[in-house]
Design a protein around this ligand. Structure first.
Ligand code: PBG
Length: 323
């Protein structure tokens, strides 16, 4: 038996000492801020379940992204809400679609902003599913063609990174091939590899107006119970050509993030999703918790869990707090 004990408190004697031996540090340079872009002019519409988050029209993006860049945040992730939705998600691939216009606007206002685009059909389809339907089933291989077309149109419009999130099998390979054969060999893919069929996306579906009109996403997104299967998803995406892989949601799946970190060597992004954000905001607004302290703790946990990139709606407020 050990006759003495270790005085771990020795290194907790002052804030400076604590800081000196700190193992994980949050940095604004790891943050990605999601943006919801809408048609129209002069619009900045609050998203009800996500206090502090807005749907923003293209003409107001310039000031928005200048502010984001000014805070030191290097990247945005774009979601577009189309004028018209249809069964094929037509506006998603059009040259004059909402995302294509948003990319151009952002690039002219803040040329050094890294623009990442969500490649998925759910914002653009009238049925709200992430792909093309055959009957009531999302048809994997038909969807691959549209996702490829969408990714190429984003790259063509100037996106720096395309981020497929539809959870179709083979989507990374299909998109890689399409990018390569259209002169976009240098466009990176950030794949939403381990994306769970999560209840935490609820507030996002209000923001993106993308809730499925029937059924759910269990036929393509992962069962929340599975960790080993996430490793297959991630390893498969890397083989198909993903440059960055993602675990989503982040906080409820830190075990998945940590295991992925131990297994693979590509950069890993973690998506601190809408429901995770809304819960903190709701509790903080009621003064049940200290919002800033909890946000810092949540984001630090994501970092400690192994994320290189943190996609978060808290990016702006946390950038201010870290300054
Ligand atoms: C699109 C997509 C979703 C999210 C990101 N991309 C919604 C979904 O799968 O229903 C969720 C992000 C969030 O909750 O913040 N497929």
């Amino acid at each position: 038996m050990q006759s003495t004990f270790t005085r771990l408190r020795r290194l907790r004697g002052s804030p400076e000492l604590v800081d000196l031996v700190r193992e994980s540090r949050l940095s604004v340079r790891d943050f990605v801020f999601p943006l919801f872009v809408i048609h129209g002019r002069g619009k900045r519409i609050p998203v009800d379940p996500m206090p502090g988050i807005y749907q923003i029209s293209v003409d107001r993006l310039a000031s928005e992204v200048k502010e984001i860049r000014g805070l030191g945040i290097p990247a945005v992730l774009l979601f577009g809400i189309p004028e018209h939705k249809d069964s094929l998600g037509t506006e998603g691939v059009g040259v004059d679609g909402i995302i294509q216009r948003a990319i151009a606007e952002i690039k002219s206002a803040a040329p050094d902003m890294v623009v990442i685009t969500d490649v998925c059909l759910c914002d653009y389809t009238d049925h709200g599913h992430c792909g093309i339907l055959s009957g009531n089933i999302v048809d994997n291989d038909k969807t691959l063609r549209v996702l490829s077309e969408m990714a190429v149109s984003h790259a063509e419009a100037g996106a720096d990174i395309v981020a497929p999130s539809a959870m179709m099998d083979g989507q990374v390979l299909a998109i890689r091939k399409a990018l390569d054969s259209s002169d976009h060999t240098t466009s990176p893919i950030m794949s939403y590899s381990a994306k769970y069929a999560s209840g935490f996306y609820g507030p996002f579906r209000v923001a993106a107006e993308s809730a499925p009109q029937f059924g759910d996403r269990n036929g393509y997104q992962m069962d929340v119970s599975n960790r080993r299967q996430a490793m297959i998803e991630i390893e498969q995406d890397i083989l198909e050509g993903a440059d960055i892989v993602m675990v989503k949601p982040a906080l409820a799946f830190l075990d998945v993030l940590k295991e992925a970190r131990e297994r693979v060597n590509v950069p890993i992004a973690a998506y601190n999703v809408s429901g995770e954000y809304s819960m903190v905001k709701a509790a903080a607004d009621n003064e049940w918790i200290d919002g800033q302290k909890i946000t810092r703790e949540n984001l630090t946990s994501i970092k400690r869990g192994g994320a290189d990139i943190i996609i978060t709606y808290h990016a702006k407020e946390m950038a201010r707090a870290l300054h």
